[in-house]
Design a protein. Structure first.
Ligand code: KG4
Ligand code: ZN
Length: 351
């Protein structure tokens, strides 16, 4: 079964054709980063307008790319459409869902709405069909930091989520404050190895009710206090984002900040492992590209006997192949959504 996936929940317009939920025949992502970079974050109205301008081209390109493979010749080979219907920016989601409905109606094929978080969880399967369940699945991105216990795909128990900022949001905000550019996660990832991870002491947040929830606003405020106390001047936009051009006080702060964010992510996984049957640890979402997170998660949990999986980097950040993979699970089971499918900016994965 070949499924067309569409993703427009935030600032990437994406379309992909996926076969049998696993084989990527095409994956096209039009990033809006250059448009939002001037504002240091995503501007919802601009995002919606860009999706409207881009979606038709992105979908056609995904069909064209798929047609370069032997067993795909065009629209008549698409069996169903999967589209992100939440969570995300309401106007942005509406573009994808409206487009998907029109396509599904005109082609006479089924439509399924996909939860963006389930898409990230399923991104692992595209590269690692061997990953075993039950799994602990951490989705860590610019909009989400959530930990799930997944007994099998489609069956999710929520263990923890962030009480304030998402991990990627915390990285993006500090980078913006320091004048480093947007999005901050990949920039900090590149600069942090040149600083000392113990130079600035950050402590793990204590959640008084003993839950596994995440919190990143405390360390973000501590980092901003550190910047003011040590009179660290923001860099100007002409400074190259290279270690040689970055003051050591900034490199040390970035290294310590990233280290403490990774500390917290690993701490919650370690605590969630206690008393649960777990066959694999799966980490997805944009922040899962981070080199320190990948290295330390593998070092720590593989030595304890767990298989640790990440998607490849271009399946970690937002893409439509993961949406097609998640939608395929339902379409293959004969399930679909009615024309009344709507968007929900706060759609929960577990109700
Ligand atoms: O999954 P994603 O593309 O969109 C959301 O669903 O939010 O994630 C984007 C986030 C941004 O906050 C970005 O800074 C972060 O992922 N990110 C990274 C890296 N690459 C992207 N964070 C740390 N290290 C990276 N290499
Ligand atoms: Zn995402």
């Amino acid at each position: 079964m070949k499924v067309l996936g569409l993703e427009t929940s935030c600032d990437e317009t994406a379309a992909a054709v996926v076969q049998d939920g696993r084989g990527i025949l095409s994956s096209v992502v039009a990033s809006q980063v250059a448009i939002h970079a001037d504002y240091g974050g995503v501007v919802p109205e601009l995002a919606s307008r860009e999706h409207v301008s881009n979606i038709d081209f992105v979908v056609r390109k995904s069909l064209w790319e798929a047609a370069q493979s032997e067993n795909f010749s065009g629209w008549k080979d698409i069996h169903g459409i999967a589209v992100t219907c939440g969570p995300g920016l309401v106007g942005a989601l509406l573009v994808g869902v409206s487009y998907a409905k029109a396509l599904s109606y005109s082609l006479g094929i089924p439509l399924v709405g996909v939860n963006h978080l389930e898409g990230h969880i399923c991104s692992i399967l595209l590269d690692h069909p061997e990953a075993e369940f039950p799994a602990l699945s951490l989705v860590v991105s610019g909009g989400h930091t959530s930990l799930f216990y997944v007994t099998q795909l489609g069956s999710y128990q929520s263990l923890a989520r962030t009480r304030d900022d998402a991990a990627g949001e915390a990285l993006d905000k500090l980078a913006k404050f320091l004048g480093l550019g947007y999005p901050g996660g990949p920039i900090i990832d590149r600069l942090a190895p040149s600083g000392s991870p113990t130079a600035v002491p950050f402590s793990l947040p204590k959640i008084s009710d003993g839950s596994l929830d995440f919190s990143f606003s405390g360390i973000k405020s501590a980092a901003l206090r550190h910047v003011r106390l040590h009179e660290i001047a923001p860099l100007d936009s002409f400074t190259p984002q290279e270690p040689e051009a970055t003051p050591s006080s900034v490199l040390d702060l970035l290294a310590s900040y990233q280290h403490s964010i990774v500390d917290q992510l690993l701490d919650r996984i370690a605590r969630a492992l206690k008393g649960r049957a777990v066959r694999s640890i799966q980490i997805s979402g944009g922040v899962s590209c981070n080199h320190e997170l990948r290295q330390r998660a593998r070092d720590r949990f593989e030595s304890e006997g767990f298989a640790v999986y990440f998607p490849r980097p271009n399946l970690s950040t937002d893409n439509a192949a993961m949406i097609a993979a998640a939608g395929s699970l339902r379409l293959e089971a004969g399930d679909s959504d009615p024309w009344a499918l709507s968007v929900d900016p706060n759609l929960p994965l577990v109700s």
